[in-house]
Design a protein. Structure first.
Lengths: 753, 240
C-alpha cells in the first residue's frame, strides 16, 4: 500500500520534471533565452526557495502525523512569528538584538509557546470531533491570526526584513551564490535529517507516531499523549516560524502574501508527500520552488495572467490530489459526522419564514420598528449598501447548504462559482446588451446564467467524485486558488472600466426597475427568502433525502441503487448554479467588480461563518450579515457621538475578528449556532410538541443522572467521604482508606470546639 | 439450474500479500435462505463485498439470475435486484426511519408510489411506531431493522444479510427469522446470510456454506454441516 502511494508521488514528480524539461527544450529551440548560466541561476534560486517551502511543509506534516489535525493555521503561525521577528529585530522594539538572537527567540520561544497554547486551548478538545469541525477551527484560527497580524502591524507603512549576511556570498565558477541562500539549503537539510531521526529513531518519536493511531493504547504503554501533542504543536509552530522568517526577505512582506506562500505552498508540498512521508514532502517543496523559478524565468504568460506564478503550487496540489490512489467506497468506516439531529422543516414553516424575512427586511430598512428598539429610523444609503452586501453574501452562502450542509462535500470555492456567474453576466451583456456596460441588467438572464454555471460545478464534481474529507477540501482549495489567480485576473474577464446597469425585470407587459438602493435591497431580501423556501422544499424532496443519505453513508446509498457519482454531479451543479446567480446579483450590486473580490480569503470567510452558524440550515445565510451589522451599529454610535470604546469594540474588534473567532468557537459549539438557538426557541412555538417532548426527555435524563435526587452526579464513595471529612476538619486520626475502606460511613463526630 | 438467483464462482481476493479469498464460490436459490458461516476473519464479509461490488475481486465471476454482473458498480447491481445490510451499521443516521426506507423506495424503478411501499414495509418489519424518529437516536437493534427494511424497499431478488441478528434481542431475532421465511416464500426472494448465531442459522437456512481461511470447506443442509468433520475442525480447532 505504502509503496504504491510513493509511486504515485514519484509519478507526479516525473511528470512535472518532464514538463519543465519539455518547456526548457522548447524554449531553447525557440530563442536564445535559455543559457546554461540562466538555468543554473534559476535552479539555485528555485532550490533555495524550495528548501524553505520544504521546511514549512515538514512542520505541517509533523503536526498531522502526530496529532491527526491538518493545520490550516500553519501559515498564520508563520506569518505572526515573522512579524514578531520584524518587530524585535528590524523595528528594534525593546533591547537591540542581533538577527540570530531574534531568530532564536522567535523560533525557540515565541512560536513554540503559541503552538502549545493552540494545542492546549483548542485542538485537544477536538480530538474526536468530525473532520469538518477540525478543518473549520484551524481555518478560523488562520483567519484570526492574519487579522491579528494585520491589526497590530497595520498596512500604513512598508516593512521589510533583511537577509542574513546581507550581500555576502561565494562563487561557484562564474556564479555567485549568496550565503543566505546556501544557508536555507543547509538548514532545510539539517531539519529534515533531525526530524527523520526524531520520529523514527527515538522513543519519543515512535510514541508520537503511535499516539495518532491509538491514543488510549499509547497512554497505557506509558506515553503521555498530552505532552506529546503539545510537543508536536510546538515543533510544527517552530518550523512555521523559521520558514516564515527566512522567506520574509524574499517576498512582499504583508500578512496575506506571506500566508499564501507559507500555507498554500506548504499544503501542496505536504500533499505531495501524502501528508505522511517527510522525504517526499521535502522533494515536493523543492519541486515547487523549482517550478516557480522556471515559470518566472521562462513561461511568462504575459500581462494577461499577472498572477499565474501564484498558481504553480495550487496546480501541483490539484494534480497530486487527483493522482492519489483511488479511494474505494469504504464500508464499515464510521462517518464521524455530527449532523444535528434535526427535524426537517415543513413546507409551510418555510413559507412563513420566507414571508417573515421579507417583512423584517422591509421593516428594518424602512425604520418601521424604531419604536421597538433604539434604532432611529429609516436606513441611510450607507446602511442600505451594507445591507445589500450582506444579502449578496447570504445568497452565495445559500449555495453551500445543499453541497456541504446536506451532501457533506466540503467546498472552499463558493466564490469561484460566483465569480464565474458574474463573468458570464458581463459577457452576455457585451454580446446581447449595451456594448459598453457590464451585463444587460435584465434579471431574466439569471436562470440562464444559473444553467450556464452548472457545468462548472459538474466539472469540479467529476474531479471530486472519488474524494472525501480532507482531500476533497484541498481539491476545492486548489480550485479556488487556480480560478482566482489565473482566470479572474485576466483583463478580459473583469475589465477595469465597466459599470453594471441597475437591474430590472422585463417580463411580458411589466418592467420592474430596481434602480433605487432600497428596491434593490428588497429584491435581494426576496431572492434570499425565495432561495430559502426552495431549499426547504428541496430538502423534503427525494433529492434532498438522497443527498443527506449519501453524506451519512455512501456505501449504503450505493447499495440501495443511488449512483453516488451522478448524485454528486447533480448537487455540485445545483450549488454552482445558485452561487453563479448570486454572483450576478453581487456584480450588479456594485458598479465595478474586481477579481480581488473573489479571492480565497473572502470565500473562506463565507464558509467559516456558515459553518459556525450551521451549514445544514438555509437560514444560516443571514449570519453573513454579521460583520455588516456590527459595522452599521458602530456607525450609528459614531453619528450619535457615543463612546469610542464601543465603536472600537464593534468595528475594529467584533466585525474584524468575528468570523475567525466564531469558527474557533466551534471547539465548544460543534453543531453550529442555529441548532443551539433552535433548541431553546423551538419549544416556545405552539405547534412544536416534539421539541417540548425532547426538552422534557433531556431534563428527565439529567435528573436521573443525579443520584437520589440529591443533586449529586457521582456516586458518593468512601474516598469522597474521607476527603470531605478532612476538608471540613472533622477527621480524627483515621487515615484515608483505612477505617472507611468498605465504604461504611461512620456517624459524623464533630471535632469542632 | 435456473433457480440459482445468485452464483459467485472462483472468487479470488488478495489484499497485498494476504489471500483473503481463494476460489470461493457460493450459490443462493430463490425461495430459500442460504447461510454463510465461518470463523472470524474467514472472509465472509469480503465475499459479500465482492458480490455487491464494494470490493473488486482479483478473479472470479458473479452472476445474478444467470447474468454476469462482473464490472458493474454497486448501484447498478442494486438496481438489478441485489441488496444487502452491513455488519457494522450503515443506516442513514440523520434521516428518520421512514426516510431511510423512502430513499431506497424512490430508487426502485418499478414503484409508482414509493410512499405506499415504504409504509407497507415499515409495517411488515414492525417499525411503524418509530417511523418519524431519527435513526441515529434509535437503539442498535431497531436501527438494524431499519437497515433490513431499507434493503427490502429496493424490491430485491437477492438479499444479503451481514449478521442481521447481532444487537437484536432473542425475540427480535426470532421474529426476523419468521419474517425472512415468509419473505422468501411470498416474494420468491433469495436470501444469503452471514451469521454467528448458530441456532438462528440452523433454524432458518436450508443450505449452508462454510468458509474458512478464504476457502469454502463445506456445503450442505444444516444436518450435514453439523456432522461435517472439516467444519468441526475449523470451529473447534481440531485437526481434521
Amino acid at each position: 500500500m505504502k509503496r504504491f502511494q510513493i509511486r504515485t508521488s514519484l509519478l507526479v514528480a516525473l511528470g512535472a520534471a518532464l514538463a519543465s524539461l519539455t518547456i526548457l527544450v522548447w524554449r531553447y529551440g525557440a530563442d536564445t533565452e535559455v543559457s546554461s548560466e540562466k538555468i543554473v541561476v534559476a535552479t539555485v534560486v528555485g532550490l533555495t526557495i524550495g528548501a524553505l517551502y520544504s521546511l514549512s511543509a515538514t512542520g505541517l506534516v509533523v503536526v498531522y502525523t502526530t496529532t491527526g489535525t491538518f493545520n490550516f493555521a500553519h501559515g498564520g503561525i508563520g506569518v505572526f512569528s515573522a512579524f514578531v521577528y520584524w518587530e524585535i529585530v528590524e523595528n528594534r522594539t525593546g533591547p537591540e538584538l542581533p538577527q540570530w538572537l531574534g531568530l532564536l527567540l522567535v523560533v525557540l520561544v515565541v512560536a513554540p509557546a503559541l503552538g502549545v497554547a493552540i494545542d492546549v486551548i483548542l485542538m485537544r478538545r477536538l480530538r474526536d470531533a468530525p473532520l469538518v469541525v477540525q478543518l473549520m477551527v484551524t481555518v478560523g484560527l488562520m483567519v484570526f491570526l492574519l487579522t491579528l497580524t494585520g491589526q497590530i502591524w497595520q498596512a500604513d507603512k512598508i516593512r521589510g526584513v533583511s537577509f542574513f549576511w546581507e550581500g555576502q556570498g561565494f562563487s561557484i565558477g562564474e556564479q555567485k551564490v549568496a550565503w543566505h541562500r546556501f544557508a536555507n539549503l543547509v538548514i532545510a537539510a539539517i531539519i529534515a535529517v533531525f526530524l527523520r531521526i526524531l520520529l523514527f529513531r527515538t522513543r519519543m518519536g515512535v510514541a508520537m507516531r503511535a499516539v495518532v493511531d491509538n491514543r488510549d493504547l499509547t497512554a497505557l504503554n506509558g506515553a503521555r499523549p498530552g505532552a506529546l501533542s503539545a510537543f508536536a504543536w510546538a515543533l510544527g509552530s517552530s518550523l512555521a516560524a523559521l520558514a516564515g522568517i527566512l522567506v520574509a526577505p524574499e517576498v512582499e512582506f504583508n500578512p496575506t502574501n506571506l500566508n499564501s506562500l507559507m500555507l498554500i505552498v506548504a499544503i501542496s508540498a505536504a500533499a505531495f508527500g501524502q501528508i505522511r512521508s517527510l522525504p517526499l514532502t521535502v522533494v515536493g517543496g523543492l519541486l515547487i520552488g523549482l517550478l516557480e523559478s522556471y515559470n518566472r524565468e521562462w513561461i511568462d504568460l504575459g500581462a494577461d495572467f499577472p498572477f499565474a506564478g501564484r498558481a504553480v503550487a495550487p496546480i501541483v496540489l490539484f494534480l497530486v490530489v487527483l493522482a492519489l490512489p483511488q479511494a474505494r467506497l469504504s464500508v464499515g468506516r464510521v462517518s464521524n459526522n455530527l449532523r444535528p439531529i434535526e427535524r426537517t422543516t415543513h413546507v409551510w414553516e418555510g413559507a412563513v419564514g420566507a414571508v417573515f424575512i421579507i417583512f423584517m427586511g422591509w421593516a428594518i430598512a424602512r425604520g418601521a420598528l424604531h419604536f421597538l428598539v433604539w434604532d432611529p429610523g429609516e436606513w441611510s444609503s450607507v446602511s442600505l449598501n451594507k445591507g445589500i452586501s450582506a444579502m449578496v453574501l447570504a445568497l452565495i452562502a445559500l449555495s453551500l447548504v445543499p453541497l456541504t450542509g446536506w451532501a457533506g462535500q466540503v467546498n472552499f470555492a463558493p466564490l469561484a462559482f460566483a465569480g464565474f456567474g458574474a463573468f458570464l453576466f458581463l459577457r452576455l451583456g457585451l454580446w446581447f446588451g449595451v456594448p459598453d456596460t457590464g451585463g444587460t441588467g435584465n434579471l431574466v438572464w439569471l436562470p440562464v446564467i444559473g444553467l450556464l454555471c452548472a457545468p462548472l460545478g459538474a466539472l469540479l464534481a467529476v474531479f471530486a467524485a472519488r474524494l472525501s474529507g480532507l482531500y476533497l477540501a484541498l481539491l476545492s482549495l486548489a480550485f479556488a486558488l487556480i480560478t482566482s489567480n489565473v482566470l479572474f485576473p485576466h483583463p478580459q474577464v473583469f475589465p477595469r472600466v465597466h459599470t453594471f446597469p441597475s437591474p430590472y425585470l422585463d417580463v411580458g407587459l411589466f418592467r420592474i426597475d430596481f434602480d433605487s438602493r432600497f428596491s434593490f435591497f428588497m429584491l435581494l431580501m426576496t431572492m434570499f427568502a425565495l432561495g430559502m423556501f426552495c431549499l426547504v422544499v428541496l430538502r423534503r424532496s427525494r433529492y434532498g433525502r438522497r443527498w443527506v443519505a449519501m453524506q451519512d453513508s455512501q456505501a449504503a446509498a450505493a447499495t440501495v441503487g443511488v449512483n453516488v457519482i451522478w448524485t454528486k454531479i447533480v448537487v455540485y451543479a445545483t450549488s454552482s448554479a445558485m452561487a453563479g446567480m448570486a454572483g450576478v446579483l453581487w456584480a450588479t450590486s456594485k458598479s465595478t467588480v474586481d477579481f480581488r473580490d473573489f479571492d480565497l480569503l473572502n470565500g473562506l470567510t463565507i464558509v467559516l461563518l456558515m459553518a459556525a452558524a450551521g451549514m445544514s440550515f438555509p437560514v444560516a445565510g443571514l449570519f453573513l450579515s454579521f460583520q455588516f451589522v456590527f459595522e452599521g451599529l458602530a456607525e450609528r454610535l459614531e453619528q450619535t457621538g457615543n463612546v469610542g470604546f464601543l465603536v472600537w469594540l464593534l468595528k475594529d474588534f467584533l466585525a474584524k475578528f468575528g468570523p475567525g473567532m466564531l469558527a474557533i468557537g466551534m471547539v465548544v459549539n460543534q453543531r453550529g449556532a442555529i441548532f443551539e438557538m433552535g433548541k431553546g426557541f423551538a419549544p416556545l412555538l405552539p405547534w412544536r410538541d416534539d421539541a417540548r417532548a425532547e426538552l422534557a426527555a433531556e431534563r428527565a435524563t439529567k435528573r436521573e443522572a443525579e443520584i437520589g435526587g440529591l443533586g449529586l452526579t457521582e456516586p458518593f464513595t468512601s474516598e469522597a467521604v474521607v476527603g470531605l471529612d478532612s476538608a471540613l476538619g472533622i477527621v480524627d486520626d483515621v487515615t484515608p482508606g483505612a477505617g472507611y475502606r468498605h465504604g461504611v460511613a461512620r456517624p459524623m463526630e464533630s471535632t469542632h470546639d | 439450474m435456473t433457480d440459482d438467483a445468485l452464483v459467485a464462482e472462483d472468487i479470488d481476493v488478495r489484499f497485498g500479500g494476504l489471500q483473503a479469498l481463494t476460489s470461493a464460490a457460493v450459490t443462493a436459490r430463490s425461495g430459500e435462505i442460504t447461510g454463510l458461516i465461518g470463523p472470524n476473519g474467514a472472509g465472509k464479509t469480503t465475499l459479500f463485498n465482492v458480490i455487491t461490488g464494494h470490493q473488486v475481486p482479483n478473479a472470479g465471476d458473479v452472476r445474478l439470475a444467470g447474468r454476469s454482473i462482473r464490472g458493474y458498480g454497486v448501484h447498478r447491481r442494486a438496481q438489478l435486484g441485489l441488496s444487502r445490510t452491513f455488519q457494522k451499521l450503515e443506516a442513514f443516521n440523520s434521516l428518520s426511519a421512514r426516510d431511510n426506507v423512502l430513499v431506497a423506495a424512490e430508487m426502485t424503478s418499478h414503484t409508482r408510489k414509493p410512499g405506499q411501499l415504504t409504509d407497507s414495509i415499515l409495517a411488515r418489519v414492525g417499525l411503524t411506531d418509530v417511523a418519524e424518529i431519527t435513526v441515529g437516536t434509535l437503539p442498535t437493534g431497531t436501527a438494524r431493522l431499519v437497515e433490513l427494511a431499507r434493503a427490502l424497499a429496493t424490491k430485491p431478488r437477492v438479499l444479503l444479510l451481514d449478521e442481521a441478528s447481532s444487537g437484536l434481542t432473542e425475540e427480535e431475532t426470532a421474529s426476523v427469522g419468521d419474517l425472512l421465511k415468509q419473505l422468501v416464500v411470498e416474494d420468491d426472494l433469495a436470501v444469503l446470510l452471514v451469521e454467528h448465531d448458530m441456532g438462528f442459522v440452523m433454524n432458518t437456512c436450508s443450505h449452508i456454506h462454510v468458509l474458512d481461511f478464504g476457502q469454502i470447506i463445506a456445503v450442505g443442509t444444516p444436518e450435514e454441516i453439523q456432522n461435517d468433520k472439516a467444519v468441526r475442525g475449523a470451529y473447534l480447532g481440531v485437526e481434521s
